[in-house]
Design a protein around this ligand. Sequence first.
Ligand code: DGY
Length: 274
Amino acid sequence: MLTDRMTADVLDSASHLQIIANLAVGYDNFDVDTASKKGIMLTNTPDVLTEATAELTWALMLALARQIVPSHQAILANQWKAWSPDSFLATQLTGKTLGIAGLGRIGTAVARRAPAFGMSVVAWQRQDSDGSSPDGILRLNLQEFLQRSDVISLHLPLTTATRAVVNRTWFQNMKPTAFLINTARGGLIDESALKEALDRGYLKGAALDVLNEEPQGASHPLVSHPLVLATPHIGSATSETRRAMALRAATNIVAALNDETPPDLLNAAFLPKA
Ligand code: DGY
């Protein structure tokens, strides 16, 4: 599971281990170097969760912009007294700019849905953020990306280079009306900087499906923040997708135990030659 930390200590105590098949596409829970030095195969479950995670990203974006959860809570609290021209006013997405940080499989699937909602898309990646638009999506440098985006959605892998990449500089450069969505990994965001930015009005709200330490409850300062919509790491949580992920992980394990190359082998380049 993505919740199991495959550290050097764990790997050192598993002398017969041949393969670790993550039930997730992200594999920041693996010590890739140690596993590779020990000749342990690592696999993940790409592709099969792309669409489910893109759907959740849009669900969070729409819910956040249109204040679905606070509106529902207002009804439950008997605060809906009458229709009025200025009650429950939210933000329209049509005509706005969606900023995608990380145009991999999931980021691209999120971007693909944007025209249906009348949004234009810009992107930032750590490479090629140079004003080019090979696929019609404009790559911007970080400053321009932050200044132009009305919604920023994170789709970067968590690595040592991307840990806490979303920091004070981001919040100081974002539009105060912008929303931040994270369906990738909690560790991408400096959470205390996000809390401070929300308190100071540097952005309008955040939807967080993932947190740096999971699970969390109401005592977490971001989970309980009035400008945050939090969900319990459910990006891939559809029955169709979880089944496909399980089959993919099983296929990788069966291949490895049959001395074949698992289809989703991550560390082929680092494994010692047989
Ligand atoms: C992943 O696959 O990395 C998700 O976080 C869990 O589905």
